[in-house]
Design a protein around this ligand. Structure first.
Ligand SMILES: Cc1cc2nc3c(=O)[nH]c(=O)nc-3n(C[C@H](O)[C@H](O)[C@H](O)COP(=O)(O)O)c2cc1C
Length: 200
């Protein structure tokens, strides 16, 4: 009887623990984000664009160098040009907004630290995706770096100088599809203390 009660208490505690985690708004937003590739014609407001840019710039950045530059594209012809500049960005032809996240090679660390710009800009990209989701927008990360040909094509669309290296184009809009977030939880991708150990 006592054993049964303990098992019940543990089960309740575990359920409460899980629900406490999923009640957290920030965690819920992270788990709900998914790539959205179809959008309505409604433009994204200036206030929402600024919120996403502020979220991007709030990302961690090595030695606080902030070696990034964000090109906001709302012009229809340029959105169409972005769609053809990179195969993976085709959805931009029917989107009201794209943000090109770039590294500025004049603002990076020098020496071996130079490559940290990729991580800084990736962190900024994820922050923008999360902000978009929190605002009820749909967005998708479309990769450019390290494909130099695609990066050059995108740089040409927005007339960026050579020191500006596009990492990715985030295509954004009000969602016209509602894909379910993918469950990517795989315990086999985790080790504890030593590689391959499955328990603490
Ligand atoms: C580096 C990188 C490059 C990506 N490039 C593209 C792309 O070119 N076109 C596209 O539609 N999605 C692209 N994606 C989005 C992925 O396809 C998507 O994140 C993945 O399928 C997981 O789905 P989820 O975002 O809904 O969780 C890219 C994502 C990353 C991180």
């Amino acid at each position: 009887m006592k054993k049964m009660m303990i098992i019940c208490l543990l089960a309740v505690a575990s359920v409460l623990g899980v629900s406490a985690q999923s009640e957290n708004e920030a965690i819920k937003n992270i788990m709900a984000r998914t790539s959205v590739r179809k959008y309505t014609d409604q433009p994204v407001s200036k206030a929402d664009i600024e919120t996403m840019l502020r979220a991007g710039m709030a990302a961690p950045t090595a030695v606080n160098k902030q070696p990034w530059h964000f090109v906001v594209v709302t012009n229809r012809e340029q959105l169409n040009a972005l769609a053809t500049a990179n195969r993976g960005t085709g959805m931009a032809a029917k989107a009201p907004l794209a943000i090109i996240v770039c590294g500025d090679m004049q603002k990076t660390l020098s020496g071996v630290g130079q490559g940290f710009w990729v991580q800084d800009c990736s962190a900024a990209t994820e922050n923008i995706l999360l902000a978009a989701n929190a605002l009820g927008l749909g967005a998708v990360w479309t990769g450019l770096y390290p494909n130099e040909e695609r990066a050059k094509a995108v740089r040409d669309v927005v007339k960026a100088p050579e020191n500006i290296v596009p990492l990715c184009t985030i295509v954004i809009g009000h969602p016209a599809e509602n894909p379910a977030p993918k469950d990517k939880w795989k315990p086999e991708n985790v080790s504890y203390n030593n590689f391959g150990e499955k328990t603490e």
